[in-house]
Structures are given as structure tokens and as C-alpha cells.
Design a protein around this ligand. Structure first.
Ligand code: FAD
Ligand code: UDP
Length: 373
């Protein structure tokens, strides 16, 4: 069998590309993934207790892109869900992101919004150029809040001090002076109503798409005939680590199932300063599943294991750019996704990136491709 495209990876990056090429451009596509399932890191499944879990950590869908929502809505319905997180600091569970209530409860004060703004201005440090994740926080809220809420969480999560990480990492989490306690403020926040795996199965159920699981790119690269390649795995691995390995952060997940309707006071509790894990999540609060048991997952960051997070810092950026220039010289070979483009992207950003890529490959504007289907 000859394919028009071989797509490596059945996560959002690969599956979106496969669906568009197959459905809009009538291309014959083979999707391979070395894991035994589709969905990449967004894969969900029932565990041995019958509780719906996200096997690679909690995934909450949120976006400001109506185009991405319209596109994905072809493959799933949605259940509205607003994500809230508490963080354990000084023996209290406080709202995260830091907001006015967080500050008032931490310090036992009763400041109004203008008073909180003045307080933060009085403790903020002046930073000539905000470059690192430490700069982002201390320039907004000063040392005390930085040390209590951010420094140790970041050291645990990344194995690096915030001063060694790009500003973009901690800048993902805002600082608020109002009492908004939503983790995300995007227009659209929801969970796929039948789960992520069901979404992927529908996306890939096109007669032009074949899927081969438990299959590494290396197993098929020289066996299968194809005209173009879309690679969503680690770009450094693709090029045999020619310029040295890129750094990735991994996680070990520990699951715990308890007999409870609800086990935690919020869907996620962060632990910046205690324990070896960064956070614990109760899946039923994300999925709204009704079940007599509840499964929690604890995330233990580590250096080795599956590559979950690119590590945004200057040395990695430089190395990635060398790989990217190799990629640009590779004919009919395209890279997309969190690992293929070494970007700390959320799901919606990966979807948008693959939609755009398909538009580019097929020589049509991204907007056109988004309207199809
Ligand atoms: P992946 O999902 O990693 O898919 C890549 C696939 O390629 C994998 O299945 C892999 O097995 C396969 N592959 C790699 N190399 C090869 C090879 N050589 N041969 C065959 N197959 C190969 N995003 C959000 O929007 N909201 C969240 O709440 C959220 N939470 C997250 C929590 C955690 C713990 C993590 C790690 C990520 C989270 N994300 C979240 C990010 C989200 O997981 C990614 O944006 C998205 O899954 C990336 O999709 P992808 O297709 O680029 O990569
Ligand atoms: N962060 C922190 N304290 C927190 C939550 C987040 O210091 O309580 C920092 C940390 O560096 C983390 C980053 O902000 O890696 C991004 O947080 P986010 O919740 O977006 O991480 P993800 O869900 O991608 O793991």
C-alpha cells in the first residue's frame, strides 16, 4: 500500500493533520504511534475501578479560538467545566492563581482591590528587563509571595530555579487583584462529553485513514511507501540527536482510588512547599462521572521517562533552532506538535498549529481549511 502521508504520533498534532488531509484533500494517510492507544498525552480510559482517568495527567480543554472549538465540535459534544485550583501554603488551602482572597487570607487582612494593588506595588521589585520566570513574579508581587507560591513549586516541577527558566513558564499563571478564582479565563472551557479518546476515535474514523498502534516510526520508515511525512515526536530524536539531546521534563503518576463521592475540596490541590509531588487531581471533578469510587492522581516530576514538557530556557532554544533549520531543509517532511516543534503548547494551540500546517502543505490559507468539514 502506498500512502500520501505517513503521520507519526496519534495525539492532537498527528490526528488533526490526518483528519484534515484525509477529509478535505482526499489523501491516503497512515498514522503510527508507538503507544498502544490513540490520543497521545490526552488519552483517557476507564481504570480497573471503572473510573475515567487521564493516563498522562489531568487535561482541561480551554481556548479563545472559536475556530478550534468549531473544528473539534465535529467530533465531540462538550460539558461546560470551569477549572479551579487550591494551593497549600502556610497550612491553608488558598485560591490559585493568586488573587485578592489569596492575599487577604494569607496575611489575615481585608484589603480592597485598590489597597491590594497599592500593596503589591509596594512589595514588587524593580526588574530592568523581565527575562526569567523569577523576574515575572518578583516584579509583580515581590519576594514573599514568590517564595511561598512559586519558587519551590517550580524547582520541584522543573528541577531548575525559576531564575533559570524563561519568563513564559510562570507567566502561564496570572496574578489577580480581583477575586476571580478560575484557573483559566478563556472564553471556552469545557470537557469533551464522552472523553478525549472518543473524540480521537471519531476524528480518525475516516476511510482514508489507517492507524497502526504499537508501531514506532523506525519500524515503518523504510517499509511503507509514502510521499510526505508529518512527524509529531521529539525533533531531536528524529535527527538522531545530531546536535545533542533537547531537555524534556517527565512525570511519574501515582494513582489512588478511594470509596468517596468527592475526596478533595477542589479538582486540583497544588503543593508548592510540601511533598515530592506538585499536585493532586480528582478526576471525577473534571469529568463529572457519577461513580461510588473516586480516583486521584499525584504528579511526581522527574528527569527521565516519557518526554512531557519541553524545558523553555535559552540553551534548549538554541539547540532547537539548529534542529529546526535541519527540518526546513528536509523535503516533504513537516514537524508539528509539542514535541515536534519543542513548544510548551496547550491542546488548543497544537490543534491550531496542525490546522495551519495542513493549510500550508496543501497551499491553501489556514482560514479556508478551518471552515471545511
Ligand atoms: P503528544 O500528545 O505527546 O503526542 C505525540 C505522540 O507521538 C505520542 O502518542 C507518542 O507516543 C508518539 N510518538 C512519538 N515519537 C514516536 C515515534 N518515533 N514513533 C511512533 N510514535 C511516536 N493541555 C491543555 O490544553 N490543557 C491541560 O489541562 C493540559 N494538561 C496537561 C497535563 C500534563 C501532565 C501534560 C504532560 C500536558 C498537558 N497539556 C494540557 C498539554 C497537552 O498534553 C498537549 O498540548 C498535547 O497533548 C500535545 O499533543 P501532541 O500531539 O503534540 O503530542
Ligand atoms: N506554578 C507555580 N506554582 C503553582 C502553579 C504553577 O510556581 O502553584 C508555575 C510552575 O513553574 C509551573 C508553571 O507555573 O510549571 C505553569 O503552571 P501550569 O499550571 O500552567 O502547569 P501545567 O498544567 O502545564 O503543568
Amino acid at each position: 500500500m502506498k500512502y500520501d502521508y505517513l503521520i507519526v504520533g496519534a495525539g492532537f498534532a498527528g490526528s488533526v493533520a490526518a483528519e484534515r488531509l484525509a477529509a478535505v484533500y482526499d489523501k491516503k494517510v497512515l498514522v503510527v504511534d508507538r503507544r498502544p492507544h490513540v490520543g497521545g498525552n490526552a488519552y483517557d480510559t476507564l481504570n480497573e475501578h471503572g473510573v475515567l482517568i487521564h493516563q498522562y495527567g489531568p487535561h482541561i480543554f480551554h481556548t479563545n479560538s472559536q475556530q478550534v472549538v468549531s473544528y473539534l465540535s465535529q467530533f465531540t459534544g462538550w460539558r461546560p467545566y470551569v477549572h479551579r485550583v487550591l494551593t497549600s501554603v502556610n497550612g491553608q488551602l488558598l485560591p490559585m492563581p493568586v488573587n485578592r482572597d489569596t492575599i487577604n487570607r494569607l496575611y489575615g487582612t481585608n484589603m480592597t482591590e485598590p489597597e491590594v494593588i497599592r500593596y503589591l506595588e509596594s512589595v514588587a521589585e524593580s526588574v530592568a528587563e523581565v527575562r526569567t520566570s523569577e523576574d515575572v513574579v518578583v516584579s509583580k508581587v515581590g519576594r514573599d509571595l514568590y517564595e511561598k507560591f512559586f519558587r519551590n513549586y517550580t524547582r520541584k516541577q522543573w528541577g531548575l530555579d525559576p531564575s533559570e527558566l524563561d519568563a513564559s513558564v510562570i507567566a502561564r499563571v496570572p496574578i489577580r487583584t480581583n477575586t476571580d478564582d478560575r484557573y483559566f479565563t478563556d472564553d471556552f472551557q469545557a470537557m469533551p462529553d464522552a472523553g478525549y479518546t472518543a473524540l480521537f476515535k471519531r476524528m480518525l474514523a475516516h476511510p482514508n485513514i489507517s492507524v497502526s498502534l504499537d508501531t514506532d516510526y523506525r519500524d515503518v520508515a523504510t517499509v511503507v511507501e509514502y510521499s510526505g511525512l508529518i512527524f509529531t515526536g521529539p525533533i531531536d530524536e528524529f535527527f538522531d540527536y545530531r546536535y545533542g539531546p533537547l531537555e524534556y521534563r517527565s512525570l511519574r503518576f501515582r494513582y489512588e482510588t478511594v470509596r468517596a463521592d468527592r475526596a478533595l475540596p477542589a479538582a486540583v490541590i497544588n503543593y508548592p512547599n510540601e511533598h515530592d509531588y506538585t499536585r493532586v487531581t480528582e478526576f471525577k471533578q473534571l469529568t463529572s462521572q457519577v461513580h461510588r469510587d473516586s480516583t486521584l492522581v499525584y504528579e511526581y516530576p522527574c528527569a527521565d521517562g516519557d518526554p512531557y514538557y519541553p524545558v523553555p530556557r535559552p540553551a534548549n532554544r538554541e539547540r532547537f533552532l539548529r534542529y529546526r533549520s535541519m527540518a526546513e531543509q528536509s523535503h516533504h517532511t513537516y514537524f508539528t506538535g509539542r514535541l515536534g516543534t519543542y513548544r510548551y503548547y496547550n491542546m488548543d494551540q497544537v490543534v491550531a498549529q496542525s490546522l495551519t500546517l495542513c493549510g500550508r502543505i496543501m497551499g491553501s490559507p489556514a482560514a479556508a481549511i478551518l471552515q471545511e468539514g
